[in-house]
Design a protein around this ligand. Sequence first.
Ligand SMILES: *Cc1c(COP(=O)(O)O)cnc(C)c1O
Length: 425
Amino acid sequence: MTTIDTSRSSALINDARRRIPGGVNSPVRAFAAVDGDPIFIARGEGCWLVDEDGNRFLDLIGSWGPLILGHAHPEVVAAATAALQNGSSFGAPTAAEVLFAQELCDAHPALDQVRLCSSGTEATMHAIRLARGFTGRDIVIKMDGCYHGAHDSMLVKAGSGVATFAKPGSPGIPESVASMTRTAPFNDLAAIEATLREGNVAAVILEAVTGNMGCIEPAIGYLSGLRELTQEHGALLIVDEVMTGFRLARGGACERYAIDADLVALGKIVGGGFPLAAFGGRADIMSRLSPVGPVYQAGTLSGNPVAVAAGRTTVKLLTSAVYEELENVGADLEARLADSIRERGCSMARVGSMFTIFFRGDRPKNFSEVSECDMAAFGRFHRAALNHGIYFPPSQYEACFLPSGMSEDERDHLVEGIRRALRES
Ligand SMILES: *Cc1c(COP(=O)(O)O)cnc(C)c1O
């Protein structure tokens, strides 16, 4: 078994921990779930990451989803650089953001109008406020295991029971705030219906294909059932496409599964690797936003011109040929790994270029089934994959993302490395 040298990363994490809590600026980067230490990245090139020790890894994280075109794509770099030379931020309208809004509305079936912000957290936070302001209701239903950013009303966990009052997901979130959120298991329509019947539900929000508890595909009839139930009870359907938008299709999960969402949140890919996100939807709902309507929302760096340039270029490059390529590469990977995955007692879930290898014989359908995975084995797999030059997300509860533009050799490296890591886990 090979073991790579990570001595510079080890020295850096010790320094980092003195001045940054846990040494990281977002907790999942600490590799705690796989009992490891983070790797410090020096640069990215296409589908590769190069760390501070000079190790090269085929990157299946892609900055947690944005880098569908790979690292430092020359056209994205050129567009961002050109925009930067004209000034980095104005806090005033620009022509490019108007074009971008039109392009986003053309690409995504749910968008009549859209507003830009700076992170996925903001996008869902504002979409939820807007849903509450529009309906005049307070309760929001989320699915157990879906992630919608780190704001108070969504950073909650399921209580006991099937459809329940949420509990604060962190100290610092008041019980009273968490109690305005209800949770239900993913893929369970009966639980949603029971909560909707209680009344006062402003919105149901979900990841239509989950990434934040690993990749789980919606059961047949689940999404159309949610649409019918929300309509019947006067609640809005918010599809959080921060991960799936421009990932599963140009029009995201809404296009792929023909979902008629009222509001959607976008992020990750739309920013082309820069801090940019968006939320939007039906014009009658969006027109409730300030300054036309009473629902307040704002952001100093919203529509940042450098991020808009990178986002526009990324979205422009995402042609149907790219989605066809990603589908083929994903299907080929799944087929070539099938035997090794079965022999190891694992399962693989994949939708387009999103996938997860679960250390569980059957693909999970919800969060509690993901929790049954052999987490210790996943940790061993993660370490072995790093030693074989593959950068997997450091948690069983995450999805992998394939970038476009991988060569035959790079795809072989991926298959061989994963096969070996499965054997060593
Ligand atoms: C990443 C993510 C978010 C949060 O986005 P940030 O930019 O990290 O704030 C929200 N929803 C989903 C589905 C995500 O994957």
